[in-house]
Design a protein around this ligand. Structure first.
Ligand SMILES: [Zn+2]
Length: 101
């Protein structure tokens, strides 16, 4: 079972389209991960969208043990909004991938 997933279509090696699917039946989503009433049911939708768009741009996962604070970390906890913005490692990966210094 997938709680979230990105589907990416390519034409001649270039991304042509990307869709993201969220499981709204088994999971709940919030835009207020720091709210006092946020509990283990709620995941930060902005953080998840940033992560999934990272896949659209060709980024893979990094391990929680080594890079748990990066947006492309392979796991996010409920009510955790720290992955909404790219970390330095995320930015460096994008720059390396697209040849931007
Ligand atoms: Zn992912």
């Amino acid at each position: 079972m997938f709680w979230v997933g990105a589907c990416i279509w390519y034409i001649f090696g270039e991304v042509s389209e990307s869709d993201i699917r969220l499981d709204k039946v088994d999971y709940d989503w919030t835009i207020y991960p720091g709210a006092s009433d946020c509990d283990d049911r709620y995941y930060d939708i902005e953080a998840v969208m940033a992560h999934e768009r990272g896949h659209t741009y060709g980024l893979g996962h990094v391990t929680v043990e080594d890079h748990g604070r990066l947006t492309m970390s392979e796991a996010m906890r409920p009510c955790d909004g720290q992955h909404r913005t790219l970390g330095l490692g995320d930015v460096r990966s994008l720059r390396q991938k697209y040849g931007v210094e």
